[in-house]
Design a protein around this ligand. Sequence first.
Ligand code: GRF
Length: 201
Amino acid sequence: MKLGVLLSGRGSNFLAIAEAIRTERLKGVEIAVVISNVAEAGGLKAARELGLKCEAFVSKGRKREEHDADVIGCLKAHGVELVCLAGYMRLLSPGFIAAFPNRILNIHPSLLPAFPGLEAQTQAFEYGAKLAGCTIHFVDEHLDHGVIVLQRAVAVEDGDDAHSLAERILVEEHIAYSEAIGLVASGQYEIRGRLFVRKGA
Ligand code: GRF
């Protein structure tokens, strides 16, 4: 299965996916292209250094639909079958979501539906949550909302601050994203309403 990775920043989740593929913890998938809406994104530089195909489509100042049309065109041109948002700081237009129905994954650093939106780890910490974590979910037309593929939890410890909590969540993110991609790529699941159900479960 061909993956298209979209990112805006440092790209540690992208690198964790690339490493899982390289070490064959994640089998049957390849990264066909890495796309960023930020030309100087660290993740894009890292992808270039790995010799992957990369594209930057700068989104600043452009209409969402027009920018998304470029990204969709690039994904299709590379035969992408599963889109993985990995710190892609941009809402997708309805046309984008329709172009890849149940074929776009996102990672969010909270146990959804708690704490959608920006700075989820800080939101969880300041709320006083005792369990935090991360969620891999399909993308639908609502923010941080689609069907959940998997979650990994992290205990909030005495002495944590938002930064230390975010660091421990990130460790789990790096494990969870590859696992979720593997599940989706296997095709051994069905979606019943909001439920992601593994076949045979
Ligand atoms: C991660 O915390 C991810 O959950 C969120 O954005 C951050 C991206 O980090 N969506 P990185 O660029 O993958 O290091």
